[in-house]
Ligand binder design. Structure first.
Ligand code: M6R
Length: 590
């Protein structure tokens, strides 16, 4: 989703282009930058790749102040006119914006004399700045910020002085410094390529950023204190050639080891026993892959926890009437920690008196700031839009959290608790065995790639794996795919079975083996082709044999061949696997 960057330091243009390249992973369709040269602002923007923008601005590098943007279209088509930045009509203000200005129609009505050049909500901000300017840029930005409704991180560059201004409400924004200058960005890992000290801008605040320091203000103009800290290290992505998705799948064993080590070293659950014993319900809330990890862990946690364990999609949780009180704990699961729906869900739990616990891959993210507790899953940066290694680490960490909760509540013996932790130690080895056979998955993927539709089926603990396999396939290959509880097929979906359809059957629970064989027979007898993923050979169908994993933890390994299946099928169709169409890595609007 949109990314913003700004800086006051030498090499403003080349640094901004470099930052925009780093932000590419979030997903974008156009890009641009504005800079100050002498007393004038200049603006360059284009539809398409950053490489095109880089060619356009090649040779311009004397600027020391610039703001840049990657756009993921929400208001108005993908076009150069709708790309950011936007200039006020007099050319004295330039802005870039991440988020949505919800009241932009009413604000536009206040500017009848202005000729808008785009269909976006964001352009309104540039014209309002001009209209509100009375000689003091800070006051202008504050006045304008007070008029906006919605979610936004906005960077403002003007011809009046050398400072940058930023406005934040709900969308991510960090401000940082080094001995070379000042920076702002929507991504903490990106800014750490330059800044050695960073602060997360508070919600409903304006930052006035000079080369050597920043002041933060509430919207009424009163100063607000923020804490600066050393940012997490940034991974170098520029020199990597290849597909990040494949790289990230092959990192799973190492990241699982790291996740377990970190969880144990931090002291496990870290909630007091009375609180844990009092809990009546535990929510697992997330979106997409993060929701699926909650779904997967809920299916096993229900086997040993006496409280209600309820997985919910974050965007549904916000607006539905799920009960929350002082006896409620909510795990908010998010790789990025910036997903707007999940952050809003955390706010809803807090407002209703529940306890929040972030399970993220990003310290110092919006979610970690909102939640009462947090644990890092230690998967390290994911750059492919399709989430892979974070899913495995989320399952491992959530399983340990639930094992600790069950131990404190006395519903799991110390022996069984230890056994679960030992099973976690075995996961990396099982995944390594699967990765060693990746060539076999590549062969199976050829047929998947030429299917008219793919159905992923599983029962109970395998159903979440089916959901995740299906999501991976559709998002990067664009093949129509759905996940079904295997027993549900006969209630309608069987009508779709025919020769061009592939069914991926996941079957890890020995108690449900015969039931799964019946489901498979139902579809093969109607002409569909089946590929099975099971720890045993399934008669009559192509089976990828999964290495034995503890019964409770198959979800953390069985998804790996499905991640590979999606990857190879997408490659076979010539898709851009790391940057699938229409998708953003970090979805920062509701
Ligand atoms: O950063 P988050 O984990 O909160 O992201 C949630 C989803 O947007 C994300 O998992 C999405 O579904 C992925 N593209 C799936 O591969």
């Amino acid at each position: 989703m949109c990314g913003i960057f700004g800086q006051i330091a030498a090499g403003a243009v080349s640094n901004t282009v470099k930052a925009l390249k780093y932000l590419e992973y979030r997903g974008y369709d156009s890009a641009g930058l504005a800079l100050r040269r002498g007393d004038c602002l200049e603006m360059y923007k284009t539809e398409g790749r950053i490489a095109t923008l880089e060619r356009i601005v090649d040779g311009i590098d004397e600027a020391t102040v610039a703001i840049g943007h990657t756009r993921w279209a929400t208001h108005g088509a993908v076009s150069t006119a709708n790309a950011h930045p936007f200039l006020s009509e007099d050319g004295n203000f330039a802005i870039v914006h991440n988020g949505i200005i919800e009241n932009y129609r009413e604000l536009k009505a206040l500017l009848p004399q202005v000729k808008f050049t785009s269909q976006t909500d964001s352009e309104t901000v540039a014209h309002l700045l001009r209209q509100n300017y009375r000689g003091d840029v800070l006051q202008t930005v504050l006045t304008t910020a007070r008029m906006l409704k919605g979610s936004f991180a906005i960077a403002v560059l003007s011809v009046y002085g050398d400072k940058l201004y930023a406005v934040r409400n709900k969308s991510p924004l960090v401000v940082g410094f080094s001995s070379n200058g000042a920076y702002l960005c929507s991504d903490i890992r990106c800014i750490s390529h330059w800044a050695t000290s960073v602060a997360v801008a508070p919600d409903n605040a304006v930052a006035e950023i000079g080369k050597n320091g920043a002041k933060f203000f509430r919207l009424d103009g009163t100063p607000v204190d923020v804490k600066f800290f050393a940012p997490p290290r940034a991974e170098e992505t520029e020199s990597f050639e290849g597909d990040f998705m494949l790289k990230e799948i092959f990192e799973i064993p190492a990241k699982l080891r790291q996740a377990k080590r970190n969880y144990v070293e931090r002291g496990g659950l870290s909630l007091d026993a009375d609180t844990v014993r009092r809990l009546k319900r535990i929510y697992l809330i997330g979106c997409g892959t993060a929701y699926h990890s909650g779904l997967a862990v809920a299916a096993v946690a229900r086997k040993f926890i006496d409280a209600d364990v309820i997985p919910v999609v974050a965007s549904e949780f916000i607006y539905d009437n799920y009960p929350v009180d002082g006896d409620t704990l909510a795990f908010l699961i998010s790789q990025s920690g910036e997903t707007a729906d999940t952050v809003r869900a955390a706010e809803r739990v807090t407002e209703s008196g529940g306890l929040t616990y972030a399970v993220t891959n990003t310290d110092s993210s919006s979610l970690t700031f909102k939640c009462d507790n947090c644990v890092n899953i230690c998967a390290d940066g994911e750059f492919a839009v399709a989430s892979t290694k974070a899913y495995n680490c989320q399952i491992a960490v959530l399983t340990m959290l639930f094992a600790d909760i069950a131990l404190l509540r006395g519903t799991l013996s110390a022996k069984k608790h230890n056994a679960i932790f030992r099973e976690i130690d075995g996961l990396p080895f099982a995944v390594e065995q699967i990765l060693d056979e990746s060539y076999r998955i590549a062969q199976l993927a050829e047929e998947v790639a030429h299917s008219s539709a793919v159905f992923f089926i599983g029962r109970t603990t395998d159903y979440p794996t089916a959901c995740e396999g299906s999501l991976k396939l559709k998002e990067i290959s664009y093949i129509h795919s759905e996940a079904y509880p295997a027993g549900e097929l006969k209630h309608g979906t069987l009508a779709l079975m025919e020769r061009s359809v592939t069914v991926v059957a996941i079957s890890t629970d020995p108690a449900l083996r015969d039931k799964m064989i019946s489901s498979v027979n139902e579809v093969t007898s109607r002409g569909a082709r089946v590929i099975a993923f099971a720890p045993y050979a399934m008669e009559g169908v192509d089976t990828f044999e999964l290495p034995p994993t503890g019964e409770l933890l198959y979800a953390a390994t069985a998804c790996v061949p499905l991640q590979l299946l999606a990857y190879y099928a997408a490659k076979s169709l010539g898709r851009d696997v790391d940057k699938p169409r229409h998708l953003a890595k970090s979805v920062t609007v509701e």
